[in-house]
Write a protein that binds this ligand. Structure first.
Ligand SMILES: Cc1cc2nc3c(=O)[nH]c(=O)nc-3n(C[C@H](O)[C@H](O)[C@H](O)COP(=O)(O)OP(=O)(O)OC[C@H]3O[C@@H](n4cnc5c(N)ncnc54)[C@H](O)[C@@H]3O)c2cc1C
Length: 417
């Protein structure tokens, strides 16, 4: 079923009775060529690109809950390519290019809104760092502008510019950054993969990974054993647990990240705005809610919900930057489980087990990576070779110390990235 303006109007006139389910609900077969564990954004995009780019069909995505019920449906939807370090820089630039054509590619409106991101700075040192980052972004082929304080004030008149501790000096503006509709991304990839013959199997938890003579042979699931020639682990916050089923100990800690949304308001925030002195960022959804978030909860957990101390901390940052937000009523808050690596950069790699691949460590920034990660992971699984933009996301960098990509400069403190 294709989507078009004509179709929407026709269905409106016919009582919306013509729509069909967007994907099948198949029972698991006993064997597949490729099994993808995890039906989040990265798992679904991997399956989609395996089918689309590599012509592979005998693929299953195994999801323990429902498609898109994990972090892909819980994030604050910011899409950007403003990374500084080689490795991250070219990868996120590639991912952004895929985003820009995604609605057409999937024939599904992912509501990409390139409204621009304003990252504030509050000291001369931060301005210098912003200039370097801006040059790096321009060098990778993306856009960046340096704004002075008065330019920022014109765009964001409601901020507190003269806060004694955190006066606003200016900002780095990335016009190509923005937001997308998170559920639509998951559903669009799911529909596209299903149309290409991929079996999307929900309520199917992987409980074991079968290995014989150093080679993966399949998985054990809550719906029975499934044989497979290749298996990809793409389970975000559960990466450590699932990798342990194959005898691996990952350099990953799982932490909670919370997000918040206010009641719907008239349009007030036109961009994504990031506070440079606290981990606080905000945008406004199409429904009018102010969507914002901040730091991790600072302790490891598998609970997909947050705690009050961090909520207070995020509200303090919000009030410091834009006091007017105190008038808004908070509607909801929620949490997701982040797979934090020691250097804050991801992993897309083979494992020591033949046929077993892993894609994880996206920390709190994996939504923007959904297209790029799926594309690169599919390339690795299908060809056995690393896809160039993701070639530096090696697992062994944590063993050898070579190739560490510490974007934030916070060392191996998972909770500070
Ligand atoms: C509050 C919050 C805000 C965020 N904001 C942003 C943002 O603005 N921009 C950005 O780029 N990123 C953001 N992120 C991060 C981003 O959401 C994640 O990095 C990304 O979604 C993770 O990849 P995924 O979509 O594949 O994960 P998930 O959607 O979590 O997918 C993993 C799936 O694996 C399944 N699974 C786990 N174990 C098993 C098993 N044993 N068997 C079968 N299935 C299993 C899970 O049920 C889940 O559906 C945010 C995250 C949160 C929580």
């Amino acid at each position: 079923m294709g989507f078009s303006g004509f179709r929407v109007i026709a269905e409106g006139l016919m009582g919306q009775r013509g729509w069909k389910p967007m994907w099948r609900d198949p029972s698991p077969k006993s064997e597949y060529d490729i099994v993808i564990i995890g039906g989040g954004g990265h798992g679904l995009s991997t399956a989609y690109y395996l089918a689309k780019e590599h012509g592979l069909k005998n693929i299953a995505v195994l999801e323990k809950g429902y498609l898109g019920g994990g972090n892909v449906g819980r994030n604050t939807t910011i899409v950007r390519a403003n990374y500084f370090l080689p490795g991250n820089s070219e990868f996120y630039s590639h991912s952004l290019k895929l985003w820009e054509g995604l609605s057409q590619d999937l024939n599904y409106n992912v509501m990409l809104s390139q409204r621009g991101q304003i990252t504030l700075f509050h000291s001369d040192g931060q301005r210098d760092a912003g200039v370097r980052r801006g040059n790096m972004i321009a060098g990778q082929g993306n856009k960046a502008e340096l704004w002075d304080r008065e330019r920022v004030r014109r765009e964001l008149p409601y901020l507190d510019y003269d806060n004694t501790r955190f006066p606003i000096y200016g900002a780095l503006f990335c016009p190509e950054s923005g937001t997308a509709r998170h559920d639509a991304v998951a559903w669009g990839y799911a529909r596209g993969a299903d149309q290409r013959g991929v079996d999307l199997i929900q309520n199917c938890e992987v409980t074991g990974i079968d290995i014989q003579d150093g080679k993966v042979t399949g998985v054990q699931t809550s719906r029975g054993a499934i044989r497979a020639k290749k298996v990809g682990i793409v389970v975000a916050g559960r990466s450590g647990q699932v990798a342990a089923m194959a005898g691996m100990r990952l350099p990953i800690e799982s932490h909670i990240l919370q997000a918040f949304v206010t009641e719907g308001l008239k349009p007030v925030i036109d961009h994504v705005v990031s506070f440079g002195m606290g981990h606080f960022y905000i945008s406004q959804s199409d429904k009018g809610g102010l969507v914002f978030g901040g730091d991790l909860d600072f302790h490891s957990s598998y609970a997909a919900r947050g705690n009050l101390p961090m909520q207070e901390h995020v509200m303090e940052a919000a009030m410091t930057l834009m006091p007017m937000i105190g008038k808004a009523k908070l509607l909801r808050s929620w949490g997701g489980i982040m797979d934090m690596t020691p250097d804050g950069s991801p992993i897309i790699d083979k494992t020591d087990t033949e046929g077993l691949f892993i894609d994880c460590g996206w920390c709190y920034g994996g939504f923007k990576a959904v297209p790029g990660s799926g594309f690169s992971f599919a390339h690795l699984i299908a060809t056995g070779n690393h896809h160039a933009p993701a070639a530096r996301f090696r697992l062994d960098r944590f063993r050898t110390g070579r190739g560490i990509m510490d974007e934030e400069g916070t060392g191996s403190q998972h909770n500070l990235h």
